[in-house]
Design a protein around this ligand. Structure first.
Ligand SMILES: [Zn+2]
Length: 210
């Protein structure tokens, strides 16, 4: 993960947001390949292994009884995104450099296409498929209980068809900046509170955070 993303992260435990503390091991440019993220509030530690920050798994303060529902989540068999990057860029109202864009679940596959259209944006893939690899423009985080980002830090979000549960949609809305857009790769969803529907069709839901 990109070292500057550290200040956007939060601990997945249900306490106040706080900030995480990074201890770096191996670096590759600005990307942290190995290291540890620590929470000063609950003392939990999260390893960064092969570039991926892991927020699930046992640690201090966790009971180990958290439900692991990975086995029940349908995995997309389609290796390429159904929606084109240019359409996605327009729907997300993404123009101009800077900031962070959340790609949840298999939506991480859009990072390469979107990065080719808009420079200077950093993508954050949360629970990306195993075959999606870290890039200088893409940080990867893994967490089965929440999106481990602070609230209102991303300028756009894309939710993949493997993360349509209401808890994930509410999380995507939580991290989105007010007035910014979220695209869900499905029409069969219930929009979370605080998200205005802009478009529904062609297999997509587009909403804007109020
Ligand atoms: Zn914590």
């Amino acid at each position: 993960m990109h070292i500057e993303l550290t200040e956007m992260l939060r601990c997945p435990e249900r306490h106040e947001e706080g900030y995480l503390v990074m201890s770096t091991g191996e670096m590759l440019g600005r990307m942290v390949r190995s290291g540890t993220l620590g929470c000063p509030i609950c003392q939990r530690e999260f390893p960064i292994v092969k570039g991926i920050a892991h927020f699930s798994g046992k640690g201090k303060g966790e009971t180990g009884n958290v439900q692991d529902d990975r086995a029940t989540i349908p995995v997309s068999r389609f290796p390429f995104p159904a929606v084109e990057a240019a359409s996605l860029q327009a729907l997300l109202d993404l123009s101009g450099p800077g900031g962070y864009v959340l790609l949840l679940g298999s939506a991480a596959r859009h990072a390469v296409g979107l990065a080719a259209l808009i420079g200077g944006v950093h993508f954050v893939g949360v629970n990306a498929p195993d075959d999606v690899e870290e890039l200088p423009v893409l940080s990867l985080l893994a967490c089965e209980t929440m999106i481990p980002l602070r609230q209102t830090v991303v300028r756009a979000a894309v939710v993949g068809p493997d993360r349509l549960g209401p808890e994930w949609l509410a999380e995507a809305r939580r991290v989105l900046l007010p007035g910014r857009r979220l695209v869900v790769e499905s029409e069969q969803i219930a929009a979370p509170a605080g998200l205005a529907r802009l478009v529904l069709g062609h297999g997509l839901f587009v909403g804007e955070r109020r």
